[in-house]
Design a protein around this ligand. Structure first.
Ligand code: IVH
Length: 664
């Protein structure tokens, strides 16, 4: 390792190598050698050095793993050879039939199968040359895919550099582990965003986003299963290619097996059908490939699939049943969710009696009526889902969302731009327990001990009717509760007390405003610095904060338009909770929320001066014109930016008008 006294260039190289080593240990081999904190420290040191020495930055540096600028679209790229799909075998008989065909076609030649798991993700080709990752392309239609290189670079199990100088390509599967998927959906639920249906969909959604920092945060993985040169297998044995990829630093699924005959292959399939649920990722079957590449060539292809491979698909985890009723659940943020009450049915070994329908639009999209027969799907540990209507009941009853909350009878509203219908009553009993649990949870106010059981008791005994009541709870009231020792009661009072010191962002997140989860709350706290302004500012000013769009701004306004909510905040203020902090965000001013692009030479202002003035007034200056640009400021010799702004119908102004906007 380079000593602290080495030059920045040397230290950068040493850090890159060190981080690459630890990423391989952690993400590929699952055998970390240092703590997460120590890894973060190395990464931060490298980031800081690269920022201080931009001339030393490099597209293969591990710092690209954190993602970069957003792009405007994906470029289409042809594949080196078609990315085909596989024929399926749906049962053992079909697998035996496949084996018979192979034996017939190969005459008497002995052959072996490589059995691999069929990962439930999306396939991606990755090209390397000169020891570096060059391009990553999604499957697309098989002939042409989309260039997702920047996003793929954030996948930490995908090497950015390899020790092989010639050009080669690897194909494999991008997946999201069950754990990453659950975490993502938990976060989305907190932020009142629609949930992803399964890890496959969320992997696909995460790879195809324009902003690579989003991909980076989603913790995707890449497991490779093909090694190609010039669009063709490069070694004589598929098994050897996998070993070669492994030696280059790729993640190759260790759950694979060389099988000498179809019986061994069937044993592998059966073994993993049992182990399937305990794997950290989802699979939907087994892929069997003939090991010898010369034999693969001999077998060749049909029009859509190779004759040398087959996908053995596990029994589907869906079933048909009847929707007996549609019920309404009321969640923490007051959202009314329709839920299908099903005639109980076994789906992949579990009896299912309820399935979420998400919202009214989903019911309309499905064309669902009460009494219809539907297909229900269960994927991983996710709540079962109605996929489609199989047959409509002749006398099916249409469903309409109630206009009153089924729990408290209060009116329900739909905010503009929102799909969900909500009960606006903060004191609605359905919302109460969940909102208190949310408020006390670890990532919000972190009141240890204030979990589901205690909240249930306190609410049912009428001791708390909203989160502000927590701060008025008396020690004796807690001691009176069942199964509550004196010591525990004292500890809980202490924990409640300690929560008064939590930072402003947590208090904001604790209010349970729709769409305002931890991240948004942090942005609001950093930008505005106090809850009073957030409660009073009009929507336009709220939208001046980074990432706060009309939907979030409207939800905040709606929340504070309710006297009961304002009163609640006042009580929290009186209880001594943090209501202010230092402003860390950009300046808020007359140009907040507006993005400027500068082009050409202006009569008096230098580019840098104009930029500083705009930023001082709260505006943003961007280098390129996009739909998000508010004004293009033109000077003499304006270039292509002017054409683009015209094409996008963006307002074009000159220096004098800019000075006007600045009030100068
Ligand atoms: S081989 C022509 N191996 O399954 C060969 N595919 O139905 C095609 N998949 O598009 C791919 N795990 O997205 C292969 N170990 C594996 C796989 C796998 C998952 C997916 C892949 C492909 C689809 C084929």
């Amino acid at each position: 390792m380079a000593s602290a006294a080495s030059s920045p260039a040397q230290r950068i190289l040493a850090l890159r190598e060190l981080i690459e080593h630890h990423e391989h240990q952690y993400y590929v081999l699952d055998a970390p050698e240092i703590s997460d904190a120590d890894y973060d420290k190395l990464m931060r040191e490298l980031l800081a050095l690269e920022q201080a020495h931009p001339e030393l930055a490099n597209e293969c540096s591990p710092t690209v793993r954190v993602g970069g600028k957003a792009r405007e679209g994906f470029v289409k790229v042809p594949h080196s050879s078609p990315m085909l799909s596989l024929d399926n075998a749906l049962n053992e008989a079909e697998l035996l039939a496949f084996d018979r065909r192979v034996r017939e076609l190969l005459g008497d030649e002995p052959f072996r199968y490589v059995a691999e798991l069929k990962l439930d993700g999306l396939s991606m080709a990755v090209h390397y040359n000169h020891e570096r990752l060059q391009k990553a392309i999604t499957r697309g239609d098989g002939s042409v895919g989309e260039d997702v290189t920047e996003n793929a670079r954030t996948i930490r199990s995908l090497p950015l550099r390899v020790q092989q100088s010639g050009a080669f390509e690897t194909r494999g599967e991008v997946i999201m582990t069950r754990r990453a998927f659950e975490r993502l959906n938990e976060q989305r639920e907190q932020d009142a965003l629609p949930l992803y249906a399964n890890p496959r969909n969320s992997a696909a959604g995460s790879l195809r986003v324009l902003d690579s920092t989003v991909t980076a945060a989603r913790q995707l993985e890449y497991m490779t299963y093909f090694y190609f040169v010039d669009g063709q297998p490069a070694l004589d044995s598929h098994w050897d290619s996998l070993e070669h990829l492994k030696s280059l630093g790729f993640k190759v699924n260790p759950e694979r097996r060389l099988c000498s005959n179809v019986e061994e292959l069937i044993a592998f399939c059966n073994e993993f059908e049992v182990r399937r649920e305990s794997l950290p990722y989802e699979i939907d079957g087994v892929v069997a490939k003939i090991d010898s590449i010369p034999q693969q060539r001999k077998l060749g292809y049909t029009s859509k699939a190779p004759r040398w491979a087959i996908a053995y698909k596990y029994a589907a985890r869906d079933a048909e049943t009847i929707v007996e009723d549609i019920l309404i659940q009321v969640g923490r943020t007051g959202a009314l969710t329709p839920v299908a009450a099903l005639q109980p049915v076994a789906v992949g070994g579990v009896t299912v009696a309820r399935a979420t329908l998400h919202n009214e639009e989903e019911i309309a999209r499905l064309g669902l009526k009460i009494g219809d027969t539907v297909l229900v799907e269960r994927s991983g540990d996710v709540i079962p889902k109605v996929v489609k209507v199989v047959s409509s009941a002749p006398e099916g009853r249409s469903f309409a969302m109630p206009t009153e909350c089924p729990i408290c009878g209060g009116p329900v509203t739909r905010l503009e731009g929102e799909v969900a219908v909500r009960c606006g009553n903060v004191n609605c009993p359905a919302r109460l327990k969940q909102s208190i649990e949310h408020f006390a949870s670890r990532t919000v106010m972190d009141i240890d001990g204030m979990g589901e059981v205690l909240v249930d008791q306190l609410v049912e005994k009428g001791k708390i009717k909203n989160v502000a009541d927590l701060y008025e709870l008396k020690l004796e009231e807690l001691e009176e509760l069942e199964r509550m020792g004196k010591k525990s009661a004292a500890k809980i009072v202490q924990n409640i007390d300690a929560s008064r010191k939590r930072p402003l962002a947590r208090v904001i997140a604790g209010l349970g405003i729709p769409f305002v989860g931890s991240r948004t709350a942090q942005i609001l706290a950093d930008t505005f610095g106090n809850l009073k302004d957030i409660a009073e500012f009009p929507e336009e000013r709220l939208q001046g904060a980074e990432e706060i769009g009309p939907k979030v701004a409207a939800a905040i306004r709606f929340y504070f338009s309710d006297d009961r909510n304002r009163e609640l905040v006042q009580r929290l203020r009186e209880a001594g909770l943090t209501m202010e902090q230092e402003v860390k965000g950009k300046t808020v001013g007359p140009l907040t929320g507006q993005t400027f692009v500068l082009t050409g030479t202006m009569p008096t202002l230098k580019r840098e001066e104009a930029k500083a003035l705009i930023e001082e007034a709260g505006g943003k200056v961007s280098g390129s014109v996009s739909k998000k640009t508010t004004y293009l400021v033109t000077g003499e010799d304006a270039g292509s930016k002017l054409d683009k702004a015209k094409a996008l119908e963006i307002k074009i102004i000159e220096e004098a008008e800019l000075l006007g906007l600045l009030g100068k």
